[in-house]
Design a protein around this ligand. Structure first.
Ligand code: FES
Ligand SMILES: [Fe+2]
Length: 452
């Protein structure tokens, strides 16, 4: 059982706390680059710290302390300068290390600026996201996760501030069985309650609610497997429980500490980053890519677009009729920081128990001065692309019908996923249709060749 003290060890994210020091060993996405095109100065809350991210006139992106060192005006009102961000009040200017580099109203001989540093953290861009490292010392390599660098892909970034601790979101990635109820019975109940079942879920062989409900047939137990990147887990089906044959169904992959790799479906692949803003808020990024096979053209936008994934409608009522919305409500409705000392865990929570043990072990490694898992120091170790799981091998294309309803967004199932709120929805549906057409032509051609 988790004690209150142990729960705090796992969940707290401020500087100096065991969990906070672990989370400071990683690069975290802090905003989509596209936000800086709209406004080059943006607020960031990360690991309990209030910061300001800006792009200056030379194109350098910086992440610095929130308050000016002079009389503490909020730098969110700063003016981008040639080499840094200038305070709006008296014009003091700060570079990306947080060092004051100009005090224009002081004497030209003043050395006051040399004594003023408001703090700055390293940032890097990848895949349309700005990543930051708050750990101090030599930053590790920013991991080139496959979705961030995969060529020939449309991509879009969904973002939501979730009012709960990051670990509640991440434990979902170690919980394969929730699908049967949350995305099955509950989904069906909501569609029925709202009079949408006929319109949205008339085909039990493909709609997510029905396929999730059917996932109980033959289910016996959960297995979990640790590997070098995180925890994989599967639901095991046996003939004794009614399955046709013994089967292990592997689910989304929990990448330590706070990433979920949601399984690929057709041309759609997803990574979810659960970024701790503070102990009770998580910035949740849903990073989707849609990879075109050879022979299908795409024209991705120059800047990766982003969008807000809502958790509530205009009247403030929770949205419940798409898959991620169901997950999100499960996370935040547990409370700001769930009291794990009150839980009653069952055998199906095996992978969650495994993950908590892993988290505790990795915190201990950091306490002893070591690098925790998934901190990479050598390029040779990871190469140019770090594969999530399941693997997207370059050039490997798994037909558009593989993977259930998510491969069929263009057949009406776009309403069941967060993609429905995305700016690229029309392009995604068009791409999926063209991939289908391409596949049909390829299949016909191969049939003709075979029959000759
Ligand atoms: S408060 Fe920032 S320059 Fe004076
Ligand atoms: Fe889920």
């Amino acid at each position: 059982m988790t004690t209150i003290e142990h729960n705090e060890r796992l969940t707290q994210v401020s500087k100096g706390t065991p969990g906070g020091e672990l989370m400071r060993r990683y690069w975290h996405p802090i905003l989509p680059v596209g936000k800086l095109d709209e406004n080059p100065v943006q607020e960031v809350r990360l690991l309990g710290e209030d910061l300001v991210c800006y792009r200056d006139l030379s194109g350098t992106i910086g992440l610095i302390g929130k308050n000016c060192g002079h009389r503490l005006v909020n730098m969110i009102f700063g003016i981008p300068a040639e080499n840094g961000l200038r305070c709006p009040y008296h014009g003091w200017c700060y570079d990306e290390s947080g060092q004051c580099v100009g005090t224009p109203l002081e004497s030209p001989n003043s050395v006051l600026k040399n004594r003023v540093n408001i703090g700055g953290y390293p940032v890097q861009e990848m895949g349309g996201l700005v990543f930051a490292y708050l750990g101090g010392g030599e930053p590790p390599i920013l991991p080139p996760w496959d979705v961030l660098v995969q060529p020939n892909s449309l991509r879009q970034i969904g973002q939501t501030i979730i009012p709960c601790n990051w670990l509640q979101c991440q434990e979902n990635a170690s919980d394969p069985v929730h699908s049967i109820y949350l995305h099955g019975h509950f989904f069906k109940y909501i569609l029925e309650r709202d009079g949408l079942i006929e319109e949205r879920a008339s085909d039990p062989s493909t709609h997510r609610a029905w396929t999730s409900i059917a996932g109980v047939k033959g289910f016996d137990h959960v297995i979990a497997k640790r590997d070098e990147r995180g925890v994989q887990k599967a639901m095991v089906y046996t003939p004794e429980r009614g399955a046709d044959a013994y089967q292990e169904r592997w689910h989304s992959y929990m990448i330590f500490p706070n990433i979920a790799r949601v399984g690929g479906a057709g041309i759609r692949f997803e990574m979810q980053f659960r970024v701790p803003m503070d102990d009770t808020h998580t910035m949740h990024y849903v990073y989707d890519i849609y990879t075109a096979p050879d022979g299908v053209e795409i024209n991705p936008p120059e800047v990766v677009p982003y969008y807000d994934i809502p958790i509530a409608d205009e009247e403030g009522k929770p949205i419940l009729d798409f898959v991620l919305a169901q997950d999100m409500v499960a996370w935040w409705s547990q409370g700001p920081v769930v009291d794990r000392s009150k839980e009653h865990l069952g055998a199906t929570d095996l992978a969650i128990i495994d993950f908590r043990e892993m988290l505790d072990e990795q915190i201990t490694i950091v306490e002893r001065g070591g690098d925790p898992m998934n901190v990479f120091r050598s390029r040779e170790e990871i190469g140019d692309v770090l594969e999530g799981s399941p693997k997207i091998a370059s050039g490997e294309f798994r037909g558009p019908r593989w993977g259930g309803s998510r491969a069929l967004l263009h057949k009406g199932y776009w309403r069941d996923d967060a993609d429905r709120h995305g700016p690229l929805l029309d392009d995604v549906l068009s791409l999926m249709q063209r991939v289908d057409d391409h596949h049909a032509v390829a299949t016909t051609k191969s049939a003709e060749v075979t029959s000759h």
